[in-house]
Design a protein around this ligand. Structure first.
Ligand code: A3P
Length: 306
């Protein structure tokens, strides 16, 4: 609760949305009993770090590079949101209804790995993940681009209850203080960074590396989950997972999810590195650099900002 509902605008939050129907403490507590095993891969991230992108890549690997299969099954069925409340059936209903997208259940799409994703902070993960019973992949993104993406997300995600007219200048201090959904970016990322350094079942990847060379990242992910692909399959998957291709792919682009107000922003927004330069003022950039130095020095973790 401390992390997930740490919102400064709680009055509107309470009036405007259905927080308990998306993520709630009971559901998170119930995850304690969840048993995950060697055939499970959990993708963890602070929101807007490339979770959906990594989900599509891993899902493609788990389906042996069969992108036609991926195009027949909705992402929300292939990659489950771990902490999503069971009562949130209406999300799926509206998603299907609005887009008229039905997975073809006649296909025998049994993936080699079961994949799910989570935005929970490390300490709230089910014990079986922390004990290394399954694979854990953490996806991180440079915090300046992440902040800009999160700004748009806070305006468009109805369940976060932020006013759609909130400006970047209003959002920026909230991001720096960690007074937002999922709390401080620094706390989230650094806890996972530390964990993945000492755990062979866990891996840490960066959005910017995927952007620079998706093929190379894929190869290392294949090794990590133990499902090697051929070069031909890999080429197909890289094309399938490009931003332009995913943006137009209604099985993966999250269009029509009732939680999102698409008039404000699309889920698949820009998909680039360096968009922060269009938002941060010089003073904001300097202030953030100072905070970044203070929190990150000595951790061994570095990000690319352009
Ligand atoms: P932007 O808002 O900067 O465009 P998440 O899935 O963790 O919520 O992250 C969403 C961010 O990842 C969005 O960033 C989205 O556009 C970007 N993204 C999604 N698919 C992508 C892809 N195939 N290539 C590059 N960026 C992608």
């Amino acid at each position: 609760q401390k992390y997930l509902f740490r919102v400064p605008y709680s009055k509107e939050f309470a009036d405007y949305i259905w927080p308990g129907m998306v993520v709630n403490p009971e559901k998170i507590l119930s995850l304690n009993d969840m048993q995950l095993g060697p055939d499970d891969v959990v993708i963890a991230s602070y929101p807007k770090s490339g979770t959906t992108w990594a989900s599509e890549v891993l899902s493609a690997i788990a389906h042996d590079g069969d992108t036609e299969m991926l195009s027949r099954i909705r992402m929300d069925e292939r990659v489950l949101w771990l902490e999503l409340d069971d009562k949130a059936w209406w999300i799926k209903f509206f998603y299907i209804w609005k887009n008229k997208i039905f997975s073809n259940s006649a296909t025998n799409a049994v993936p080699k790995k079961r994949i799910c994703f989570t935005h929970l902070p490390l300490e709230l993960l089910p014990p079986s993940i922390l004990e290394g019973k399954c694979k854990l992949l953490y996806v991180a993104r440079n915090p300046k681009d992440q902040a800009v993406s999160f700004f748009h997300f806070h305006r468009m995600a109805r369940f976060l209850g932020m006013q759609t007219h909130t400006s970047w200048n209003e959002f920026f201090p909230l991001f720096c203080s960690g007074f937002l959904y999922c709390g401080s970016w620094f706390e989230h990322v650094l806890a996972y960074w530390k964990f993945t350094q000492n755990n062979p079942q866990a891996k840490f990847i960066c959005y910017e590396d995927m952007k620079r060379d998706l093929m190379a990242e894929m190869e290392s992910l294949e090794q990590f989950v133990g499902v090697p692909l051929s070069m031909e399959q890999r080429v197909k998957v890289v094309k399938h997972c490009s931003f332009d291709s995913m943006k137009d792919n209604k099985m993966a682009n999250r269009d029509g999810v009732m939680l999102f107000n698409e008039k404000i922003s699309k889920f698949m927004r820009k998909g680039i590195v360096g968009d922060w330069k269009n938002y941060f003022t010089v003073a904001q950039s300097e202030a953030f650099d100072e905070l970044y130095q203070e929190k990150m020095t000595g951790t061994g973790l570095h990000f690319e900002f352009e």
